[in-house]
Design a protein around this ligand. Structure first.
Ligand SMILES: Cc1cc2nc3c(=O)[nH]c(=O)nc-3n(C[C@H](O)[C@H](O)[C@H](O)COP(=O)(O)OP(=O)(O)OC[C@H]3O[C@@H](n4cnc5c(N)ncnc54)[C@H](O)[C@@H]3O)c2cc1C
Length: 359
């Protein structure tokens, strides 16, 4: 277990999981921690969920910042923004960053989140091809909308549809391309998926599905996209919203046990008990998550353990729910909607879990 007396806490990642955990620790008024946070993105903390509303123009950038630099200062936290952690020395308990600076820790918290998956099709590196994961992606998309034209969003899941509606609101024509003939197939059954598609069609989104992308075309930038059936759609922007993969790069290099994510036990300890992990990078009881509700629950357990509370509790997994953030379409999905005769309501589930109002 992480040494509860060990007070040098180094956090890798400055995303929602990292900050929620630190907030929980501060709320417990646990004295004496020296906290250093290394964040690859060059900002303070922001609400990643609200990137959809930043893209659609329903929120300003300043309105999605949750932790400005003053917050870190106020709490005596050292933030290294725009600085990636590059190596962990588990024997000497240090983290080295991209500037070569060495940060000793008693407890290390990995909160490295996920990578957006990029389809490795020809042309995927062309300017005009973007994922939908961070502030930089949204800035790139907003820049592209200035010239108008046609955008193709690959992926008919939650993120793809939110990207499509955002781009539409910014004046682009948008086509959503999906591998299956069913939108949000992980959350919706056929009836609900068809209803949703009708709503989106009525708002002006076009669909090309089922379709498999074969290549992105263009010389210096994207000009079109080609599918396996030979169809070519002209486009100036391709958004890939095809899923995420837990970011285990640092953990794996450091020799920590990793599967799809960084493997943790019910105390959120990795295979090295001085190193904890939280959020989307985590694999707990074979499960990885792509939503915020689990990280809120994990953060609470970690903070209580770090604060040395006798009844710190443990993390046993989360039930999740999803809400589509498209104004005027009230879509909410929870639980195992297909069921298998064994499905039961989870005692830990509440409708508020995962809501954007939670932060
Ligand atoms: C557009 C969008 C909409 C979403 N909507 C919803 C929603 O409605 N409901 C919901 O529940 N969830 C939603 N999500 C998912 C939710 O945002 C994530 O589950 C949550 O942000 C995960 O938090 P995290 O801290 O684990 O990872 P992240 O937020 O990805 O943070 C990880 C951070 O670590 C940094 N990092 C990685 N490696 C290093 C390193 N070596 N050194 C330093 N820093 C590093 C990364 O740059 C990143 O800033 C949405 C996500 C997106 C992109």
């Amino acid at each position: 277990m992480a040494d509860p007396q060990g007070k040098r806490l180094v956090v890798v990642g400055n995303g929602m999981a990292a900050l929620r955990t630190v907030e929980e620790l501060l709320a417990l008024k646990a004295d004496g921690f020296q906290i250093t946070i290394l964040g690859e993105e060059p900002h303070g903390g922001y609400n990643r969920i609200l990137l959809s509303l930043l893209l659609s123009g329903e929120r300003e950038q300043s309105a999605i910042i949750t932790h400005d630099h003053g917050w870190y200062q106020k709490h005596g936290i050292t933030l290294k923004a725009g600085v990636a952690a590059t190596a962990i020395d588990r024997v000497n308990r240090t983290v080295t960053d991209a500037h070569g600076e060495v940060h000793p820790y008693d407890t290390l918290l990995l909160a490295t989140g996920s990578h957006a998956i990029v389809l490795p099709v020809p042309g995927h590196k062309l300017p005009g091809v973007v994922t939908f994961r961070d502030m930089k992606d949204v800035q790139t998309m907003l820049e592209a909308t200035k010239a108008g034209g046609h955008a193709v969003v690959i992926g008919g899941g939650l993120l793809g549809l939110e990207a499509a509606m955002g781009l539409l609101k910014q004046g682009m024509q948008v086509t959503v391309v999906h591998l299956l003939d069913l939108l949000m197939e992980r959350q919706l059954d056929r009836v609900a998926a068809d209803l949703l598609k009708e709503e989106l069609l009525a708002r002006g989104v076009a669909f090309y599905m089922p379709a498999q992308t074969e290549a992105i075309l263009g010389e210096e930038k994207v000009t079109a996209i080609r599918f396996k059936d030979g169809t070519v759609l002209p486009t100036t922007l391709v958004v890939m919203a095809v899923g995420v993969r837990p970011n285990v790069d640092l953990a794996r290099t450091a020799g920590l046990q990793c599967g799809r994510g960084v493997v943790v036990n019910d105390h959120l300890e990795t295979s090295d008990p001085a190193i904890l992990a939280v959020g989307e990078c985590v694999q707990h009881r074979e499960v990885t998550y792509g939503l915020v509700a689990p990280l809120y629950e994990q953060g609470k357990v970690i903070a209580r353990r770090l604060a040395g509370l006798a009844d710190a509790g443990s993390y046993t997994g989360s039930a999740t729910s999803t809400r589509l953030k498209v104004t005027g379409i009230d879509l909410f999905s929870a639980g195992d909607f297909l069921g298998d005769g064994r499905a039961k309501p989870s005692p830990s589930w509440t409708p508020a879990a995962g809501s954007t109002k939670n932060w």
